[in-house]
Design a protein around this ligand. Structure first.
Ligand code: HEC
Ligand code: HEC
Ligand code: HEC
Ligand code: HEC
Ligand code: HEC
Ligand code: HEC
Ligand code: HEC
Length: 318
């Protein structure tokens, strides 16, 4: 069902791309004809290039927005009690994946002229989610069907807590995702809201390996997915009974069903842990306490004895 909906969305998207592609082609060929018809035949020896035609690079528009927004003293706006800085770091923006886009690629309708102020939560929620859709429709559709996406639209008290595109990617300094630095940061992106899960993940082999710089080891999203995250109990989840083996086999081709019982998120000393794990953890805990207690008492008695003997000598027993 989910697949069906996505398929039709994909088809729609394809149709859109196709028709807009065709429109673009038409526009381009019309332009070409007009230009060819209007252009004077080049004089022999080559006419000088026209000097008075302004060539407006995309960044010109951006520059005009930044005249104001690169000023730290521009201050903040308050959105539902939360302060949002109006400052946009020009260097971080230029170095981001969107550095060549004009600001209104996301802030549709904004012009560098004094603009209408729309400092409300709705505007921000709209920018944070929908703005990305125009160019990243695939991720948007996946996200929409995911648990996070569904939650964000649910209107329940929890919906505020669901991550939007910007909560995971940021807004003006978005980076490429296939780098080690980005992969090492994923655990913290999720950990902001799933701190307990991050802690247990970091105790496992994958967590330690990624932290130490092994790019191939699994991050949260290699197991859970990034835009199509679903609860494990959902049959469509990458970690459901039906899918988990396939998920592990992407990197562990030899894995058997037994391999998937490896416990990723587990606090062994918690009573919620499986009985055997809990008992082993407890056994070690008791053993450690017993050994150190015995050792401690033994050492104390030994020192006591030594002191006593020393005193005895000083008294001149001999
Ligand atoms: C003349 C200075 C100036 C220029 C140029 C300018 N802005 Fe602004 N912008 C402001 C100020 C001041 C605010 C804060 C308004 C407020 O207090 O609500 C603001 C607010 C915003 C906001 C936050 C929306 C809100 O009202 O909370 C966005 C987004 C924004 N500007 C984008 C842009 C973009 C995109 C451009 C270029 C197309 C641009 N700005 C050009 C001065 C400017
Ligand atoms: C890739 C999309 C994208 C581009 C391009 C973009 N912005 Fe934004 N911008 C956002 C999003 C998303 C938010 C809302 C962030 C949030 O809710 O915290 C935002 C918020 C803002 C705000 C409000 C304050 C804030 O930081 O939350 C200002 C001002 C702003 N942008 C200015 C600009 C300027 C100036 C440029 C061009 C240099 C620009 N933006 C380019 C996505 C973009
Ligand atoms: C819960 C966090 C999260 C949310 C929400 C999220 N992303 Fe992502 N996104 C990621 C992670 C992590 C990656 C990199 C790992 C991967 O490729 O799966 C990624 C990768 C991407 C990529 C690179 C291509 C790709 O698919 O790997 C794009 C583009 C992208 N996201 C756009 C978006 C847009 C647009 C939205 C909102 C509709 C969004 N993301 C929402 C976490 C998130
Ligand atoms: C006007 C089109 C446009 C909009 C709007 C836009 N992006 Fe992008 N985005 C791009 C392009 C083009 C690239 C590829 C840049 C490259 O490959 O260097 C990109 C790259 C990315 C990447 C890195 C993908 C990778 O392969 O590593 C992420 C993540 C991303 N965008 C997220 C977002 C988010 C989140 C938003 C909304 C806040 C957004 N984009 C809005 C055009 C857009
Ligand atoms: C801005 C906060 C936020 C971020 C960031 C976030 N999540 Fe969530 N996530 C939630 C909320 C809220 C829920 C639903 C409440 C709940 O059940 O915990 C949820 C639910 C889930 C679920 C469904 C199972 C469950 O616990 O109910 C999974 C799996 C999940 N998130 C994984 C991730 C992963 C992986 C990442 C990073 C790529 C991530 N989340 C990033 C807030 C977030
Ligand atoms: C090697 C694969 C793997 C990695 C890596 C991994 N998880 Fe999990 N995760 C699982 C499995 C399997 C479960 C189901 C069993 C359980 O709850 O412990 C699960 C359960 C969860 C749940 C509860 C889902 C539900 O439906 O109840 C959340 C939330 C979660 N993980 C978040 C994370 C976060 C955040 C990270 C990264 C810090 C992460 N996971 C890394 C495999 C993984
Ligand atoms: C993105 C790739 C990736 C995914 C997906 C993945 N792993 Fe791993 N895993 C690795 C890498 C890489 C290592 C380190 C192997 C090495 O160093 O030889 C590793 C190591 C391990 C180890 C410890 C060492 C060993 O080989 O016994 C266990 C246990 C493990 N993974 C379990 C799982 C389980 C269970 C799943 C599925 C829920 C899973 N992994 C999914 C990449 C992955």
């Amino acid at each position: 069902m989910v697949g069906g909906a996505r398929n039709s969305a994909r088809e729609l998207a394809k149709e859109f791309t196709f028709s807009s592609g065709r429109a673009l082609f038409l526009a381009f060929s019309t332009l070409l004809i007009v230009v060819l018809a209007a252009a004077p035949a080049p004089a022999a020896g080559g006419a000088p290039l026209p000097q008075n035609q302004p060539v407006a690079p995309v960044t010109d528009f951006t520059q005009r927005c930044l005249t104001c927004h690169s000023q730290p003293y521009l201050g903040q706006v308050e959105v539902d009690g939360r302060a949002k800085s109006l400052f946009v770091d020009p260097t971080a923006y230029k170095d981001s994946v969107h550095g060549l886009l004009p600001c209104n690629a996301c802030h549709t309708g904004f012009t560098p002229d004094p603009h209408q102020m729309v400092s409300n939560a709705e505007f921000f929620a709209q920018t944070a989610g929908e703005a990305c859709r125009n160019c990243h429709d695939d991720q948007f559709e996946m996200y929409k069907q995911s648990y996070h996406g569904t939650l964000s639209r649910s209107g329940s008290a929890e919906s505020e807590k669901a991550p939007l595109c910007v909560d995971c990617h940021g807004s003006h300094a978005i980076q490429k995702v296939n780098t080690l630095a980005y992969r090492q940061g994923i655990q913290d992106v999720c950990g902001r809201c799933h701190g307990g899960r991050e802690a247990t993940y970091l105790d496992t082999y994958h967590g330690k390996a990624v932290t130490l710089g092994r790019q191939a080891a699994a991050t949260c999203v290699d197991c859970h997915g990034s835009h199509s995250i679903l609860p494990v109990a959902n049959p469509q989840s990458t970690l459901s009974q039906a899918n988990i083996l396939g998920t592990c086999r992407r990197c562990h081709p030899e894995a058997s069903k037994g391999f998937t019982t490896f416990l990723v998120h587990i606090t062994p000393t918690s009573p919620k842990a499986p009985l055997v794990v809990f008992l082993v953890a407890m056994f070690y805990l008791v053993l450690i306490i017993a050994v150190f207690s015995f050792g401690g008492v033994h050492t104390l008695l030994y020192i006591y004895r030594g002191l006593k003997d020393g005193l005895y000598f000083r008294k001149g027993g001999h």
